[in-house]
Design a protein around this ligand. Structure first.
Ligand code: GAR
Length: 218
């Protein structure tokens, strides 16, 4: 069973989905500690409710991003964490953390990367007029939402979507695929070659999706 540490800044719905997957025995992992950059994050309440230790690390207490990350690493190591899971953690990760956990930091992002990295991405996807969006679980590297992709889920963008309605549709998929990615790592089933991450014994469906449906021409 892999020991994770989950880093949060906000609501923590992804944290909750991971907790639920562990409790339902769909995910063979444990959460040793939840670390928040925000003392008011609802994620902290979620962790406490499930008896998971929490720590708050405030950005203003540290002169640099590296110093901040050194403290995060110290706490993660003190809990014996093997895999770092960023779940709505709104800070860039420095070399300090990357070197302490090489290819052992995951992030989830609410777009089909490499499209729409950064913030307010659901709004940007709608404004751009894409017909599909989704979410991506990836390994973290030094860039912004740029590391090797582990798993993606696709959702359609509807004509009357708002950033809120699209976010909700994407979030439901985030809650599904984050635990799946952690489970793949826990089972040692991922192979990473450069940017390409493959899954041993993967079952592939090759059917295409379209939006709008070709049926509109019938
Ligand atoms: C999620 O949609 C996650 O993908 C996004 O923040 C939200 C956190 O929600 N993360 C990023 O945009 C990182 N680039 P949650 O706190 O309810 O899990």
């Amino acid at each position: 069973m892999i020991k994770t540490g989950v880093l949060v800044s906000g609501s923590g719905s992804n944290l909750q989905a991971i907790i639920d997957a562990i409790e339902a025995k769909r995910l063979d992992a444990s959460i040793s500690v939840v670390i928040s950059s925000n003392p008011k994050a609802f994620a902290l309440e979620r962790a406490k409710k499930h008896g998971i230790p929490t720590e708050v690390i405030l950005k203003d207490s540290f002169p640099s991003r590296e110093d901040y990350d050194r403290e995060v690493v110290r706490i993660l190591k003190s809990y014996g964490v093997e895999l770092v899971v960023l779940a709505g953690f709104m800070r860039l990760i420095s070399k300090v953390m990357l070197e302490a956990f090489p290819m052992r930091i995951l992030n989830i992002h609410p777009s089909l990367l490499p499209s729409f990295p950064g913030l307010e991405v659901q709004k940007k996807a709608i404004e751009h007029g894409v017909k599909f969006s989704g979410c991506t679980v990836h390994f973290v590297d030094e860039g912004l939402d740029s590391g090797p992709i582990i798993i993606q889920a696709v959702v359609p963008v509807l004509d009357d979507d708002t950033a809120e309605s699209l976010s909700k549709r994407i979030l439901a998929e985030e809650h599904r695929i984050y635990s799946q990615a952690i489970q793949l790592i826990s089972e040692g089933r991922l192979e990473v070659r450069g940017r390409r991450v493959t899954v041993k014994n993967n079952k592939v469906e090759t059917g295409a999706m379209e939006n709008p449906k070709a049926a509109i021409f019938d």
